[in-house]
Design a protein around this ligand. Structure first.
Ligand code: FES
Ligand code: FES
Length: 153
């Protein structure tokens, strides 16, 4: 079967099997910024934005995404020198160490800021509660997201 989706603004058609999850389809199609961690909805590494909401793509059936708009981390930067403000803030705040959690965390933050441009710190922490980071302790990531709040580009 096939699904038709818009990924990072580009219309795409993907061949899928009925049991495929969105995580595997996206990675197979080259969106390897979508990370595979637990495959159980626990780590958030596979987070993408689906129709405006941050979702765990390992728990999303690919067939359910037919007709959807999807944003992956590949869709954020306009070029290597023109990063999305969240990507720039993560760099500037030293909020990435190994980086494995970062694509998913930035997408959770983007979904939050798209809906609530001026979140409080508790709201930021709540938005990334499903994005586990084994490296940073979250403080710098929260600071990075708050630094972007209210001044999105
Ligand atoms: S791989 Fe999807 S939540 Fe961990
Ligand atoms: S920076 Fe390593 S898991 Fe978050």
């Amino acid at each position: 079967m096939e699904i038709s989706v818009k990924v990072n603004g580009e219309q795409k058609t993907f061949a899928i099997a009925p049991a495929d999850v969105l995580l595997d389809v996206l990675r197979r199609e080259g969106y390897t910024g979508v990370k595979c961690g637990c495959r159980a909805g626990d780590c958030g590494a596979c987070t993408v934005i689906l129709n405006g909401k941050a979702v765990t793509s390992c728990l999303t059936m690919a067939a359910q995404a037919d007709g959807a708009e999807i944003v992956t981390i590949e869709g954020l930067a306009q070029s290597n020198s023109r990063l999305h403000p969240l990507q720039r803030a993560f760099l500037d705040h030293g909020a990435a160490q190994c980086g494995f959690c970062v694509p998913g965390m930035i997408l959770s933050a983007k979904a939050l800021l798209d809906e609530h441009p001026n979140p409080t710190e508790p709201e930021v922490r709540e938005a990334i509660v499903g994005n586990l980071c084994r490296c940073t302790g979250y403080k710098k990531q929260v600071e990075a997201i708050l630094s972007v709040a209210g001044k999105k580009g």
